[in-house]
Design a protein around this ligand. Structure first.
Ligand code: ADP
Length: 467
């Protein structure tokens, strides 16, 4: 899983939970508001009904007093009670009624209107109020009581609904809190499993590697990005281990290669010990020549190594001068002629000078490598031919042999560092750096090295340089 996917999934999951919770709360709040408004309306109507009952009784009482005493204060009180009755009836009419209570309300309203109308007619006819009949008052009162009872039942139902919604919203909020908590815990667990732990193990592997444990590798788990980091670290550690192995191999190979000229030097110098008589002049000269040659071989090997270090560090410096390419080729062939007795070293040069602007020491180093390889990888002897030619604006120096040759697949990798073709690596010692360094030198001159080879039949390496 990718880090982006994990983050997106966690965010979406938490956002969905939050949205669900918020919608639940909004819904229950709307429902509660509706029910509370309904309750409020019922309470107002209950108040109107009780006021109607109070003023109905008060009107009856004052009407009875007027009938008995005809006192003006009772007349005033009765009229006031009647006005109150009309006012509270109006108030009750303004309250919204439910479908269930509509008919009960209409009946109570009808009874009240009839009561008021009878009372007013009586009042006008007699000039004094004798009051409505007891039956009429009882009917009106009973209708009001029924209305009151209906509204109270409705109020109780509304209250029950509010309680239910309250309970439901409690459950919803507890459930939402639980789900949110579970979501957060799940996200934390995923973070720990897919991010934190793999990160810790990568860090531990880096620490172990830094402390010198070169076989330390990071476990490749967790998110894709962390797995890629672990894979990159492991590849880097493996490449470093491989490089280290090769460097140790180079050291061993250099030590081995240095041992031969040093052994020859030791043997020759042994012949010149002070306790022995000096050999004849001719023999002495030949011994000194050998010492010089072996010392030059050691020097060349060490120079090659230093060159490789310089090329690796990007410090290859060319000291250009114009030289005849024929001379360079001749010098190299002559250098190998005395030692390569099993091989037939041939040199093909044009008649005219071939001027070449180059660093002669470096170009000799390249040619040395090509000729040394041609000899090295022709174990049965045979011809090694060096050919100098001018091709257009280029100078070409080709070195051909009839040796072991190189398989087509391996030819592509010849100039890679440390590469050794399996077909020839058992034939002669080497570390696979000569051609790599030779190509770098050729490229620094603006040139290249081309190879043609047939396995088992021989190879031709051609150095091409701009003149
Ligand atoms: P080294 O000879 O030290 O191994 P080089 O870089 O000079 O390193 O050569 C790389 C590889 O190319 C050699 O190991 C060998 O396999 C192959 N090679 C180079 N020159 C020849 C040749 N003339 N004939 C056959 N194989 C060659």
């Amino acid at each position: 899983m990718k880090l982006k996917t994990l983050a997106a999934a966690s965010t979406a999951w938490l956002a969905a939970l939050a949205l669900l919770t918020a919608s639940g709360f909004a819904l229950s709040a709307t429902y509660m508001t509706r029910e509370v408004t309904c309750l409020f309306n019922i309470v107002r109507e209950v108040r109107s009904i009780t006021q109607l009952e109070v003023h109905l009784l008060s009107h009856e009482r004052e009407s009875a007093r007027v009938a008995l005493t005809h006192l003006p204060e009772h007349v005033g009180a009765r009229d006031a009670a009647r006005r109150e009755l009309s006012r509270w009836l109006e108030d009750a009419r303004e309250q919204p009624v439910t479908a269930e209570s509509a008919s009960v309300f209409e009946e109570a309203e009808r009874e009240l209107e009839r009561y008021l109308a009878t009372h007013t007619q009586e009042h006008r006819k007699a000039g004094a109020d004798t009051g409505a009949s007891h039956d009429e008052v009882d009917r009106t009162f009973a209708a009001l009581e029924r209305l009151l009872a209906t509204r109270l039942v409705e109020a109780r139902i509304a209250r029950q609904r509010v309680d239910e919604v309250h309970r439901l919203s409690e459950i919803v909020s507890l459930g939402a809190a639980g789900m949110l908590l579970a979501g957060v815990l799940l996200a934390l667990w995923q973070l720990r499993r897919c991010v934190y732990r793999p990160l810790l193990s990568i860090r531990a592997a880096i620490d172990r590697y830094g402390a010198g444990s070169h076989d330390a590798r990071a476990p490749q788990g967790g998110l894709d990005e962390l797995r890629e980091i672990a894979v990159a670290f492991n590849e880097m550690a493996a490449a470093l281990a491989e490089q280290r192995k090769r460097q140790l191999g180079i050291l061993a190979s250099v030590a081995h290669d240095l041992r031969n000229p040093l052994a020859a030097l030791k043997l020759t110098v042994d012949g010149l010990r002070p306790d022995r008589p000096l050999p004849h002049e001719e023999r002495l000269r030949s011994m000194l020549t050998r010492i010089g040659k072996e010392a030059a071989r050691c020097d060349r090997m060490l120079t090659d190594l230093m060159d490789i270090a310089r090329i690796e560090g990007g410090e290859l410096e060319l000291r250009r001068e114009t030289r005849d390419a024929r001379e360079l080729a001749r010098d190299v062939v002559e250098l190998y002629r005395p030692t390569a007795t099993a091989h037939e070293l041939g040199l093909s040069l044009p008649d005219e000078p071939v001027p070449l602007c180059c660093d002669p020491i470096r170009i000799e180093q390249v040619l040395n490598n090509l000729v040394a390889n041609a000899i090295k990888y022709s174990p049965a002897g045979g011809a090694v031919q060096v050919t100098v030619a001018r091709v257009g604006a280029e100078v070409s120096i080709a070195v051909s042999d009839r040796g072991v040759g190189i398989a087509a697949d391996d030819q592509r990798r010849l100039f890679e560092r440390y590469f050794r073709a399996p077909s020839s690596s058992g034939v002669a010692p080497g570390v696979g750096l000569g051609l790599w360094a030779a190509l770098r030198i050729a490229e620094a001159h603006g040139g290249r090295i081309e190879v043609t080879s047939t396995a088992g039949r021989g190879s031709t390496f051609t150095l091409r340089l701009p003149s």
